[in-house]
Design a protein around this ligand. Structure first.
Ligand code: SPV
Ligand code: MN
Length: 625
């Protein structure tokens, strides 16, 4: 290899791993970069990535120390690279094997042929970085190592913020091939800042057989960073063929006032259903906001780790009122990458930041001004709705002390958060572990203006993992169910819905009310509160909520509000069961417990409706049962 000099080659050789050398050789030959640089865990190597990203224009410095801006390829509101590309992300399935209907698949040989052809020479004229990371804490049974080849310094820099360094960990592999690997190239670049030119040739192909993902002609982190949603898919495959879980979960430490204790919760929420804001609730601590691995631990509890150490968060609507902790972190000096926001006089602005909108600036469309339209005649917003920030969790004042604990944290509860205006109450607790799996499998969210198409369309998103399920629903649900059965003490499972509306379309809850639901759930797992048993799960007793609202939010929570929010809407709930049934009927061999649960729910809701001879049953009536 001529394009790799002796110093860099020595860094590779020091790993004593022929598998790594083989992969590097194969893809350097295919992608033909002009130079190969191996990045170790040293401060100088890491700093090289960060500084070069700025030097070559993939990032630019902002006014505040440590802040930079990066733009992903952007041409118009309908043709861009600022979100995950579901259409061109495909799982390679060997001939004759089952193609899960929920995701895009392609026959393996055919898919490989296509992407390897696109990748021929894709790094020409560019430098290829070889990077090593650890998904999960170091020295932990949970963790998986990952090798990343990329020609994007932005990708390499983002991964420094988001993942733990792994070069030294690779040495401990003793030559084994027990690691995931990711090959990424932004492809041919145009413009200043440089963005991917050939978006029509954007491909992200997941090769389960080899434990690798090939990704080309893109820059957006959800498509390009191997360790984020690409590794999520590989880990879902691996864990479901073993005995642990990979989930699209945040991990939150809940600290009720005056109790001197912490209980850890996981939570899965589809986009725009309050995931990050739940993980960031005031007075609580954060372990992670996106992806967790869970194992049955020696103490009989489920333990979870955050496989990341940073946050790639949606910046829209982050303002001092809704998210004081993040807003503070984003407006003070520290290493932070802003992507796809507006920059005016060296400062970043985004939609819903609570400040007055600047008249002009630079954003993904170049020179931007209020009222500017794109080639499709659409008004260009000041920042993309999916504009993001990348930051380390340790930088936050609410970082949890167990963030890097190799044993993870014991999980007491799991939240599944949906979005509907008229069906589920704000919080309920499942009747059992299997009912909890059913609740997770039936998370429904209504589409919002953040995605193209009609608003208010309900979509079922099992465990918020719909886009990443590279295995059959049968296998996924069965493993989830079995996981709980192997625990001495199962986490209690809760469903949240922050988006209930009244008949006039007004939200029934304030943005911070979720703090009370979370504290109530913590009290349930610690046996502090009694619940009211309903066919769909346990709901809170009014007087407990009245106290919590007063204690945590200084709000006088009225009984009438409680009745409106927690009534059991039998008609709407039965309609929801219909939707769940019709979606799961499309899947092959859904486990029997799921159908039993669905049928039980239906029967008991019909009984309840008949017993009271009404469609909406007040929780106060139920209490008298
Ligand atoms: C999500 O969409 O769930 C994210 C951002 O966490 S992305 O990296 O694009 O997947
Ligand atoms: Mn996510």
């Amino acid at each position: 290899m001529q394009i790799i000099d002796q110093e860099n080659f020595d860094k590779l050789r020091a790993l004593n791993n022929e598998n790594v050398i083989k992969i590097v050789n194969e893809f350097v030959e295919l992608c033909r970069p002009s130079k190969v640089t191996v990045i170790t865990d040293s401060i100088e190597d890491i700093e090289y990535c960060r500084q070069t990203a700025i030097k070559i224009g993939e990032e630019a410095k902002l006014e505040i120390e440590g802040h930079t801006i990066h733009y992903d390829g952007f041409f118009s509101m309908s043709n861009h690279d600022q979100a995950r590309d579901k259409t061109n992300t495909k799982v390679l399935i060997p001939k004759g094997q089952y193609h899960p209907p929920a995701i895009n698949t392609v026959e393996r040989e055919e898919g490989l042929k296509e992407i390897l052809e696109i990748m021929k020479g894709c790094m020409e004229g560019n430098e290829c970085l070889i990077r090593f990371f650890c998904l999960g804490p170091k020295n932990s049974k949970f963790s998986i190592l990952a090798l990343q080849l990329t020609d994007s310094f932005y990708v390499a820099h983002s991964e420094d913020l988001l993942y733990r360094a792994g070069y030294e960990e690779f040495k401990k592999l003793n030559g084994s091939d027990e690691f995931f690997y990711f090959i990424h190239s932004s492809g041919e670049l145009i413009g200043d800042p440089p963005v991917t030119k050939n978006l029509d040739k954007r491909r992200i192909y997941v090769d389960l057989q080899e434990g690798r993902v090939l990704s080309v002609n893109n820059q957006y982190a959800g498509n390009s960073l191997g360790l984020k949603k690409l590794a999520l898919r590989l880990a879902i495959y691996k864990s479901n063929n073993e005995d642990w879980l990979t989930e699209h979960y945040f991990i939150l430490g809940v600290h009720p006032k005056g109790k001197n204790r912490v209980s850890y919760f996981c939570g899965a929420f589809p986009s725009a259903c309050g995931k990050t804001s739940t993980a960031m609730l005031p007075g609580q601590t954060i372990v992670g906001d996106d992806i967790a691995y869970l194992r049955v631990w020696d103490d009989g509890y489920a333990h979870a780790v955050n496989i990341e150490r940073g946050i790639f968060g949606i910046i829209k609507d982050v303002n001092p009122k809704n998210d004081p902790v993040i807003f503070e972190a984003l407006t003070t000096p520290r290493e932070t990458i802003f992507s796809n926001v507006l920059v005016t006089e060296g400062s970043p602005y985004w939609i819903g930041d609570g400040r007055s909108i600047p008249a002009k600036g630079i954003n993904f469309s170049g020179e931007w001004y209020v009222g500017r339209i794109d080639d499709d005649g659409k008004e260009i917003p000041l920042a993309h709705p999916n504009a993001r920030y990348t930051i380390r969790i340790e930088e936050l004042s609410n970082a949890d002390e167990n963030l890097h604990n190799p044993d993870g944290v014991p999980i007491s509860g799991i939240f599944y958060g949906g979005r509907d205006s008229d069906t589920l109450p704000p919080i309920l607790e499942s009747l059992s572990w299997e009912h909890g799996v059913f609740l997770g499998a039936s998370i429904e969210s209504e589409t919002t203006s953040a995605t193209l198409g009609a608003e208010g369309v309900r979509q079922i998103n099992p465990m918020s993992n719909h886009d990443f399920l590279v295995i059959s629903m049968r296998q996924y649900l069965k493993n989830h169910f079995d996981f709980g059965k192997r625990l001495k003490s199962c986490p209690k499972v809760f469903a949240t819905n922050y988006f209930l509306k009244d008949k006039a379309g007004k939200y029934l809850n304030g943005i911070l009310d979720k703090l009370c639901w979370v504290i109530w759930a913590e009290g349930r797992v610690q046996d502090d509160f009694k619940g009211i048993k309903t066919p769909i799960g346990y709901i809170p007793i009014y007087t407990d909520l009245e106290i919590l609202f007063e204690q945590y939010l200084d709000i006088d929570y009225k009984e009438a509000d409680y009745i409106e929010q927690f009534s059991i809407r039998t008609k709407k709930l039965l309609e929801k069961l219909e939707r769940i049934e019709s979606m799961y009927k499309k899947e092959e061999d859904v486990p029997q417990f799921f159908w039993d649960m669905l049928n039980d729910q239906r029967k008991s809701l019909i009984n309840l409706k008949n017993e009271y001879n009404m469609e909406e049953i007040s929780p106060l009536l139920l209490k008298k049962l």
